[in-house]
Ligand binder design. Sequence first.
Ligand code: ZN
Ligand code: ZN
Length: 278
Amino acid sequence: MWWSFNKILVATTSGLSGFGEKIKAEQPALSLKERKEAEKPVEVKITVIYDNYSLVEGLETEWGFSCLIEGLEKTILFDTGGRGDLLLENMKKLNINPREIDIVFISHDHWDHTGGLLSFLQENPQVEVWLLDSFSPNLKNEVTRSGAILREIKGPSPVCSGAYSTGTLGDAIKEQSLVIESKEGLVLVTGCAHPGVLDIIRSVKSSSNQDIYLVMGGFHLLDLSPEELQEIADRFKESGVKKVGPSHCSGDLTRELFAQEYKQDLVEVGVGKTISFP
Ligand SMILES: [Zn+2]
Ligand SMILES: [Zn+2]
């Protein structure tokens, strides 16, 4: 509603500008700004909105995950955390306008990733919601009822220029991860990584033939022994993953162990964290 009202307002204003040359002369300033924007080196920015861990005072944490990806052709909200009020509250504190988001990408059908979706759609239904076709009919109906465009996918699919979905991975709990192309290599964002974080990495590497610059999000390694975790960290290194940002359901021990293993290449992920890359 807000959106369409503004569109009408803009259309009306430019329509009126024909009355006087003065208004018209002031208008091109906008296109100059737009041109300047276009000349800026393109940088992708990921902001963590919802997570088990906090990095910035004043932002709430809770079990769940959500992050915003800006700088691509479309602005993407990856997952929505568990609670809508907390998602929107953190967005507000981080100065993120829900109405500027084009796509909501849901990794898997678990409450701690879908819980904030409806509250978000009440703020902005003018989005595409990317789900796997295996998600519950209930969730799909709610998306459709909100007025948002439902995008159901099965296999690997381009989401927008510079980003694609791995498509359905895993058997028991089906999940998709988001892959972003950067000058440094691929950036892989995982929700809970139920299909196995190493399997996801393997799948992305074999389908793209590109190096992975960063893997971040939930790695789902909570109940593993230090030895098992060490083995996983070694495999990360072997597969050429340059930087890691374990968060959400990765576990404290995983974060400690990866910090030792990756040293300055560990990206500490938590609510409020921003990560930029060209
Ligand atoms: Zn999960
Ligand atoms: Zn989760």
